[in-house]
Design a protein around this ligand. Structure first.
Ligand code: SF4
Length: 197
């Protein structure tokens, strides 16, 4: 069996056990997790925030300094940018939630390694199944690499990935670094409003 297929079956089997145990058990398992070295330097596990029945589930990258200190995703500058994006999309509080690809902060805010993304993937898959969104918005390439590594999605073009509608948009932090992308992001959102309205 090719390694990729075996890995995906392993993630899915572990995710199913977590799903069967329920969301609170997933939270406890994340807090106790030592499956990859990121737990050694993490202050807090950053599990997720928002609705437990979201229409739209955003998947970010990894916790940063503020998130690690508070244990809450998107609570710093990128969080303010995500709030603006959510407002532009017209989503209310009950409509959305956000989680990250890995639950522990990578040192010096480096990108998560492939092995770390894979170690954390059962949590990601279990959260997606339990939150059961209509739409997943991948915030940037790391989210894509974690969720559907075999795909290369176009920015702002929705795809059906194994029965789940998925859309890739810019990460809010990328909008802070390159302000000119905000206009493009708005165009991509406008083009896809039918997915959540
Ligand atoms: S990043 Fe994920 S897999 Fe790694 S230790 Fe933290 S919770 Fe576990």
């Amino acid at each position: 069996m090719p390694d990729g297929k075996k890995d995906s079956e392993d993630f899915e089997a572990r995710a199913k056990e977590l799903v069967d145990a329920g969301y609170e058990a997933v939270e406890k398992a994340i807090i106790a997790c030592t499956r990859c070295p990121l737990h050694e330097t993490a202050t807090n596990r950053v599990i997720g925030k928002g609705s437990r029945t979201p229409k739209v589930l955003f998947i970010g990258e990894a916790p940063g300094k503020n998130e690690d200190e508070k244990g809450i995703p998107f609570c710093g500058r990128a969080g303010k940018e995500l709030d603006k994006m959510v407002e532009y999309m017209g989503l209310s509080e009950k409509d959305w939630a956000v989680i990250n690809t890995v639950k522990c902060r990578p040192p010096e805010n480096r990108n998560p390694k492939k092995t770390e993304l894979e170690s954390c993937k059962p949590f990601l898959l279990a959260q997606i199944t339990l939150l059961d969104p209509n739409l997943i918005i991948l915030l940037g390439n790391t989210a894509e690499k974690a969720y559907c590594p075999e795909k290369k999605l176009e920015w702002g073009v929705p795809e059906n990935v194994e029965g789940q509608t998925v859309l890739k948009l810019f990460h809010p932090a990328a909008l802070i670094y390159t302000r000119s992308r905000t206009g493009t992001q708005h165009e991509l959102i406008d083009r896809n409003r039918g997915l959540w309205e």
